[in-house]
Design a protein around this ligand. Structure first.
Ligand code: 3PG
Length: 415
């Protein structure tokens, strides 16, 4: 049985992969949902007498280009260690200097059952993202782990050493309770969704999400696209986007194909019809609202020198109307640069529209670190949604029906 609540870990060294990739504003944690979500697992393992070693990545440091000091300045897990200390108190002994090596091994030797140590960012070594066996083995040897627990649902779609490769070098590997809960919740709601099934996509990781859209067009009844990604689609329609940066401009052709696919399958694809624009997307910016498409209204479209920062009020209404009859709604990625108050209204309106849908009985799921901090900033709570997932890309890939390497490694013991 893979259920760790039925197992004993007394005096055993347990290495647990968590997803502490929290949104940071400088050194301040903007949203601690991912940390809080791991606490029940940590407490369970401590009650069971484990010697607990936590590991995680944070951000996307580049050890090929950055020095150790540069990586540490931007992506150290120190803020997470401070948060863990506050929650766990005495049981938490601190943050190790690294995640592998003799010094880490020596520090782990001193740990007693019921104590927790956090290792420094696994992505400070390029072997992590490359799923390099030598790095995975070093992680297993330095920690002396007898058991590996994968409780980082947010990275279960990644084939990386601290997620999958590690299972080859630790005698026993199990999924953690958070991973089990997430998979069950998402599978139950999305496998056979209550229809109409509406997917709302936004955010900035355009490259990661474009291919997913094609599959979502098959699965969902309606697809709402906002955030940065919308501009790739607007550009594909020949709409001028002013100075709004389009990541991956060569994907415009792909976006066009997806629009055609949606039309051929009679699926509705919603794009923003107006935008809040400014010359700079910074606090205090002078904003104005413009139509993104010229409907013969004579109103201006986004002109040169302006960037789109948020969906406008007409798009808010259009999107809310599209949700009105939804049976299931899945939302990943903010619809604008919501961290800046001037560009937060569209994302907040979506949070409120989803909360209203929950009240009338729809199944509502939020996925992703940024979306979760956005719904909280909008004044919504966990009770306003059916499920708030700790995984962004991971929840999308699960819905897409992809093989999740991080889950597969646990069942087969290989990566
Ligand atoms: C996430 O934030 O979705 C996960 O922590 C994965 O991060 P990654 O996209 O950098 O692998």
């Amino acid at each position: 049985d893979k259920d760790i609540s039925k197992l004993d870990f007394k005096g055993q060294r347990v290495l647990m992969r968590a997803d502490f990739n929290v949104p940071l504003s400088g050194n301040i944690i903007a949203d601690d949902t991912r940390i809080r979500a791991t606490i029940p697992t940590i407490q369970l393992l401590l009650e069971k007498g484990a010697i607990l070693i936590l590991c995680s990545h944070l951000g996307r440091p580049d050890p090929g280009k950055q020095t150790w000091e540069e990586m540490k300045a931007k992506a150290s897990l120190a803020p997470v260690a401070a948060a863990l200390k506050e929650i766990l108190g005495e049981a938490f002994v601190g943050l190790a200097e690294d995640c592998i090596g003799a010094a880490v091994a020596a520090q782990i030797e001193t740990l007693k059952p019921g104590q927790v140590l956090l290792l420094e960012n696994t992505r400070f070594h390029k072997g992590d993202t490359k799923n390099d066996d030598a790095f995975a083995e070093a992680l297993a040897k330095s920690t002396g782990a007898q058991v590996f627990i994968m409780d980082a649902f947010g990275v279960s779609h990644r084939n990386q050493a601290s997620v999958t490769g590690i299972t080859k070098f630790v005698p026993r590997s199990y999924p953690g309770p958070l991973v089990r809960k997430e998979v069950l919740c998402l599978a139950n709601s999305i496998d056979v969704p209550k229809r109409p099934f509406v997917v709302v996509l936004g955010g900035a990781k355009v490259v990661d999400k474009l291919h997913i859209i094609s599959i979502l067009i098959d699965k969902a009844d309606k697809l709402i696209i906002g955030g940065k990604m919308a501009f790739t689609f607007l550009a594909a329609k020949g709409v001028p986007v002013g100075d709004t940066e389009i990541e991956e401009s060569h994907r415009v052709e792909e976006a066009l194909q997806m629009e055609r696919k949606a039309a051929a399958l009679h699926k509705e694809l919603y794009l923003p019809i107006d935008q809040v624009v400014a010359t700079e997307l910074e606090p205090g910016a002078q904003t104005k609202i413009v139509w993104t498409m010229d409907f013969g209204s004579g109103k201006p479209i986004i002109s040169n020198g302006f960037h789109g920062g948020d969906i406008g009020p007409a798009s808010q209404q259009l999107f809310a109307d599209a949700l009105a009859d939804a049976g299931t709604i899945f939302w990943n990625g903010p619809l604008g640069k919501f961290e800046v108050p001037e560009f937060s209204k569209g994302t907040y309106a979506m949070a409120k529209a989803m909360a209203a849908a929950t009240k009338r009985g729809a199944i509502t799921i939020i996925g992703g670190g940024d979306s979760v901090s956005a719904v909280k900033a909008a004044g919504c709570t966990h009770e306003d949604f059916t499920h708030i997932s700790t995984g962004g890309g991971a929840s999308l890939e699960l819905i897409e029906g992809n093989k999740m390497p991080g889950l597969r490694a646990l069942t087969l013991g290989i990566s």
